[in-house]
Design a protein around this ligand. Sequence first.
Ligand code: PFF
Length: 460
Amino acid sequence: MSESTQPHQQANNLWSSRMAFILAAAGSAVGLGNIWKFPYITGENGGGAFVLIYLACIFLIGVPVLIAETMIGRRGGQSPVATMRTLTKTEGTARGWRAIGWNGVIASFLVLSFYAVIGGWALVYIGKAATGLFTGADAEAIGGQFGGLLANPWELLMWHSVFMVIVVFIVGRGIRSGLEKAVNMLMPLLFVLLVAMVIYAMNSGSFGRAVSFMFSPDFSKLTTAGVLTALGHAAFTLSIGIGVLMAYGSYLPKTVNIARTAMTIAVVDTSVALLAGLAIFPLVFANGLEPGAGPGLIFVTLPLAFGQMSGGALFGTIFFALLLVAAITSAISMLEPVVEWLEEHKGVSRAKSAIGGGLAIWFIGIGTVLSFNVWESVHPLGFIPFFEGKTVFDLLDFLVSNLMMPLGGLAIALFAGWAMKRESLPADIGLQGSSYKAFMFVLRYLTPAGIAVVFLYNLL
Ligand code: PFF
């Protein structure tokens, strides 16, 4: 394919190094999913056995899609929509595969609308921790603080707005000066903060218990639903199936080995999730809290722990700053497919695309803001038994996380595994001989089968 049909593949547009791409893609992968969701679903699903299945899902299903999606993005060298339009022509496939691009742009648009609201919670909690609001507070008071935040649409809206402004500002500055600078700084900082938290947790007295909770598998605690939760979370945490890696891959120099890079990203993402668990569970056990407390685990139970420990205001502040960093680098990646699409289709500048796209996403986000208060009992699809009791936020989350991401991942695995021309695949992927054959076997059979199971489970 010529350079002119791959606009992003021009030298001044590319990531400045393999490392820059790794940091950006890992920044997308590492987010609320790792630090907020992974610990609480691990807690809910009994620990070790769940972690083991989750790891298997990451490497058997997640990594192959990550490789395929990045490879597709680099081949196309444009926004997910234009990339898929170009590739269906050059690869001589059915036009229907273009849906992968559209699915990506729409899903990343929707996911950011609610992710930004939760990101706003992290902003609020930095302030709460720093001003010592947790110090000495009991469970009721801490729960009241969280409930009070959710009940106040103006406060939620304000922090949702602040979060969106930060994201739009970074993305608007462009792939080199904005994205790269931000992740170059934020990702290593995140690692340092996490390791500091783990070191702190080591001295809490319950580190051993946390380690055995996370790493001694007790399969009697694992349900079928738990296995499927692990599969679904593997897709969410790696940001696959949604066009983000396609968008980032479009800026990836041809010389970079995608297979090796994808492995690095998966290892980084997994390490952060495990470090988050090792930072959180010792605190949970040391304070007699419940590991299976659910989505409120970090926002309700952790502040309690921070409020009791000496230096808790400082560590609480560090913890929520860390959550914010992770959420921002993920949010940046969600805006990228939308901005690329606007740039290409509307011919507007990157800055204007970021502002326009950001405004539209911010507006949709108001639906999520209201879901926790004014619209708490508004259930738009409540007439369908399956969606009974689901708020606007629940529906958006369900649509993106349970339908669009698994379906997108499945389509990407099938497109790369079955529809694309084979000749240049080994070189594009960066695998040869028997490792290429093994990879293709996994991509063509195991990965689609695994995703199909998650997808069907979510539907039933
Ligand atoms: N991987 C992110 C996390 O674990 O928080 C979530 C995410 C990022 C989902 C980007 C989708 C996406 F496009």
